[in-house]
Design a protein around this ligand. Structure first.
Ligand code: FES
Length: 108
């Protein structure tokens, strides 16, 4: 995927080291400390959860921790806002169906 390397306005930014994490049982890579949602986006993952009532897909919307569209199950904990949660090596990230890790409304 495409990442901005040089921004015309922002100063040089420093990335953490490359780390592996699991998304729905498959191994992906991202940079330590970047938001989980960004690491997923860089790997082509756009859907983070499915709504409880209509099983509609949701992904990054506000990207500042306000809308909850990016919530996922992270290391077994549901409703984690991945746009503001830093990636760490070995994290287990899963698509969330409904409002918890127990409800599977909409799971196909
Ligand atoms: S995208 Fe809105 S809370 Fe993460």
């Amino acid at each position: 995927m495409y990442r901005i390397e040089n921004h015309p306005i922002l100063p040089e930014f420093h990335r953490g080291k490359r780390v592996a994490f699991l998304f729905d049982g498959k191994e992906y890579e991202g940079f330590e400390g970047e938001p989980i949602a960004i690491a997923l986006r860089d790997n082509g993952v756009m859907v983070h959860h499915y709504t409880a009532k209509r099983a509609e897909p949701r992904g990054i919307f506000c990207a500042i921790g306000r809308c909850n569209d990016c919530v996922m199950i992270v290391d077994g904990a549901p409703n984690i806002r991945t746009c503001v949660t830093p990636l760490q090596a070995g994290m287990k990230v899963e698509t969330q169906y409904g409002t918890s890790n127990e409800g599977v409304t909409g799971r196909q």
